[in-house]
Design a protein around this ligand. Structure first.
Ligand SMILES: [Zn+2]
Length: 201
């Protein structure tokens, strides 16, 4: 039970849907843990992700529910891997090249922006997808990544300072001084520091 609590706490702390997907891989008690280990896990994660990022729940059209298959799971994981490398380049201040961006571009091409009118007669902008099955989950994540890469401040994108932690986050604090993914990591690093000082003193 305690273990599940740690996993749950780590899931939506990054401030970005794309980073939250990357953060479904984490270290729990020094072991790598993949939150998305089955199509069911993916379905549950996606439901929670949309609740945390309602701004990305704007794909219009066909209301057929997503069929949570192993293929879809693999596709999401491939995208996750590619986003992890992209974000790693960014925090390490390396130059990204076209091949790094290729998968993101492919996924962005699954959808397009369009307009529709509301019952009140307003015209609003919505996204539509060519492929409902893949597009409905991959496009919102890709749009979030696009935002992160092109509109966000690069110096606010971080990997947690705890060396044993692999989580990313986008720092929205006023001063821009957040260094740890969570209070848990901050406290662990503080107690480690105190322990080392006692050893040296
Ligand atoms: Zn951390």
């Amino acid at each position: 039970m305690a273990k599940e609590k740690i996993v749950g706490d780590a899931l939506f702390l990054s401030g970005s849907l794309a980073l939250d997907l990357i953060n479904t891989e984490m270290i729990v008690r020094r072991k790598k843990r993949d939150v998305l280990s089955s199509p069911d896990d993916l379905a549950q994660w996606w439901q929670a992700a949309l609740a945390h990022h309602p701004e990305h729940d704007d794909i219009a059209g066909n209301e057929t529910p997503i069929d949570w298959t192993f293929d879809l799971l693999e596709e999401v994981k491939r995208f996750r891997q590619s986003l992890r490398s992209l974000c790693t380049y960014l925090v390490e201040e390396q130059t990204t090249t076209l091949p790094d961006l290729e998968m993101l571009n492919q996924i962005l091409s699954l959808g397009y922006q369009s307009v529709q009118s509301t019952p009140q007669g307003e015209v609003i902008s919505v996204y539509r997808v060519y492929d409902q099955q893949k597009g409905k989950i991959l496009l919102p994540i890709a749009l979030s990544a696009l935002q992160l890469l092109t509109e966000a401040q690069r110096q606010r994108l971080h990997k947690c300072r705890n060396e044993r932690c692999i989580l990313f986050f986008y720092d929205t604090s006023k001063g821009g001084t957040r260094q740890w993914c969570s209070l848990g990591c901050l406290n662990r690093s503080r107690s480690m520091h105190h322990y080392q000082q006692r050893q040296n003193g």
